[in-house]
Write a protein that binds this ligand. Structure first.
Ligand SMILES: Cc1ncc(COP(=O)(O)O)c(C=O)c1O
Length: 375
C-alpha cells in the first residue's frame, strides 16, 4: 500500500534500517519544498515552521504514548539526550548504574564518563541468567541509582521486556532510562506502560527520518529535577522576548533545547512520521515481524547460524546471522559490492528490513549471501 513511497534503486536490497534508513518520497518532497521556500522567501513563514515543529512534538507524543507533548524535547541525537540525563542527575560517590554488556557505545561511554565522580558502572552479562531481565534485576543493589538499557540491542536484535524492568525499577526506587532507537517506528512503544523516566531515539533509523534530530522524552516529574547544563535563548519560558533581562527555564522539556531548532530536520521527520502514523505502528510491526520471520525461515532452511533470538517476543526488526565456513567480514564486503545494504555487527551480518520491504528483496539478499558460501 505504501510501496510507492519508496523509490529505491532497482539494483539494491535495502536491509539497513537499524543503521540509517532511506527516506520515503513524502520526506524527499518535504525537504525539496523547504529548500525551495528558503531560496525564495527565506524565513518569511517562520510561524508555519513553528506549527510544523509543534505537530512533530505531537506525532512523537503519539508514537510513544507520552502524557503530553510538553514531555518531549527535540535534541540532536540519542547520545546528546543520554548526556543530558547523565549530567542532569545529581550523583554521589558510590552510586551505581546498571547497563547490559551488549549496549551500543552511546549507552556505555556516557556512564563511564561519570567514573571520576565515584560513580560505578555495572555491565551485566546478559547470558548469566535464563532471562535477560532477571540478569539485569539481579544486578540492582541498594546503591543502584539508574538502570539504562537499549530496548532492542543493536547487534543481536534482542528485545527486552521493558514493562518488567520498569516495574522493578519503580518498586526499588531506581531511575529507568531507555535508548529506544531500535524500537520507535518499528514496534509499539509506550512510555507509560513501561514506566520509563527517560527515553531517547534519533530519527534516522526506523522512524525513516534524517540524522541529527532526536526525540528526548523526560517524564513530567523529572523536568524540574534534571540540572541544566546547556543554556541559550530558546530554553527560556518566554523565548521571543529578547529585551527581557530576567528569565527562567521553560516549564516544559523545551528547557533542554538551548538554541535554534533544526528546522530542516523538523520538516523531514514530520513527513516521515506522518507516513508511519498513517500506516499505523501496529500494522508496521506486524509487517516487519512477518518479514523477519520469513528471513529467519529462509536462513534456517539453508543451515545458516542465526545470532539473533528467534522467539518472536524477543525481537523487533533485526536479524543477525553467520554463514558457516565464510568469514562475516568477507561476506559483508561481498554483499555490499552486490548492492545488499546491510551491516557487520556482533560478528555477523545484520539484516534489518522495514515494513515495506518486499519478499523479493529478502529472497534476493539471502540468495546472494548463500552464493558467497559456494565460492
Ligand atoms: C542502540 C543505539 N543507540 C544509539 C545509536 C546512535 O546514537 P546517536 O543517535 O547518538 O547517533 C545507535 C546507532 O546505531 C544504536 O543502535
Amino acid at each position: 500500500m505504501f510501496e510507492h513511497e519508496f523509490r529505491l534503486a532497482a539494483d539494491i536490497c535495502y536491509l539497513n534500517h537499524a543503521a540509517v534508513a532511506p527516506w520515503p518520497q513524502r520526506t524527499v518532497h518535504a525537504v525539496q519544498r523547504f529548500a525551495e521556500e528558503n531560496g525564495r522567501v527565506g524565513s518569511q513563514y517562520y510561524d508555519h515552521w513553528l506549527q510544523t515543529e509543534q505537530q512533530l512534538r505531537e506525532q512523537l507524543q503519539q508514537l510513544i504514548n507520552a502524557g503530553s507533548s510538553d514531555e518531549i524535547a527535540l535534541l540532536k541525537n540519542t547520545s546528546e539526550a543520554l548526556s543530558v540525563v547523565a549530567y542532569g542527575l545529581d550523583w554521589c560517590a558510590g552510586d551505581e548504574i546498571v547497563i547490559s554488556d551488549q549496549e551500543f557505545p552511546s549507552n556505555r561511554i556516557v556512564w563511564e564518563s561519570l567514573g571520576p565522580l565515584g560513580v560505578r558502572l555495572v555491565q551485566v552479562d546478559m547470558g548469566s541468567s535464563s532471562s535477560p531481565e532477571q540478569a539485569l534485576v539481579a544486578a540492582i543493589t541498594p546503591q543502584t541509582r539508574l538502570l539504562s538499557v537499549s530496548s532492542v540491542q543493536y547487534a543481536s536484535g534482542l528485545a527486552l521486556d521493558l514493562e518488567v524492568l520498569g516495574a522493578e525499577c519503580r518498586r526499588r526506587g531506581v531511575t529507568f532510562c531507555v535508548d529506544a532507537i531500535q524500537s520507535i517506528g518499528v514496534k509499539p512503544f509506550d512510555v507509560q506502560a513501561c514506566q520509563a523516566d527517560f527515553v531517547m531515539a534519533d530519527g534516522h533509523k526506523w522512524m525513516l527520518g534524517p540524522e541529527g534530530l532526536a526525540v528526548f522524552y523526560c517524564r513530567r516529574e523529572w523536568i524540574p529535577r534534571l540540572a541544566l547544563r546547556q543554556f541559550g535563548w530558546h530554553m527560556v519560558e518566554v523565548p521571543g522576548d529578547y529585551e527581557r533581562k530576567d528569565w527562567q527555564p521553560a516549564a516544559s522539556a523545551r528547557r533542554f533545547e538551548c538554541g535554534s531548532p533544526n528546522m530542516l530536520g523538523v520538516h523531514a521527520l514530520h513527513a516521515s512520521l506522518s507516513l508511519l502514523l498513517e500506516a499505523g505502528v501496529d500494522q508496521v510491526f506486524k509487517s516487519v515481524s512477518s518479514n523477519v520471520q520469513y528471513l529467519i525461515d529462509l536462513l534456517i532452511k539453508h543451515s545458516v547460524e542465526i545470532v539473533s533470538p528467534i522467539e518472536p517476543e524477543r525481537r523487533a526488526g533485526i536479524v543477525t546471522f553467520r554463514v558457516p565456513g565464510v568469514a562475516s567480514d568477507t561476506l559483508f564486503r561481498d554483499l555490499r559490492a552486490q548492492g545488499v545494504i546491510c551491516a557487520l555487527r556482533g560478528g555477523g551480518i545484520r539484516f534489518s528490513p522495514h515494513f515495506y520491504t518486499s519478499r523479493t528483496v529478502l529472497e534476493r539478499a539471502v540468495g546472494l549471501a548463500l552464493q558467497v558460501q559456494e565460492i
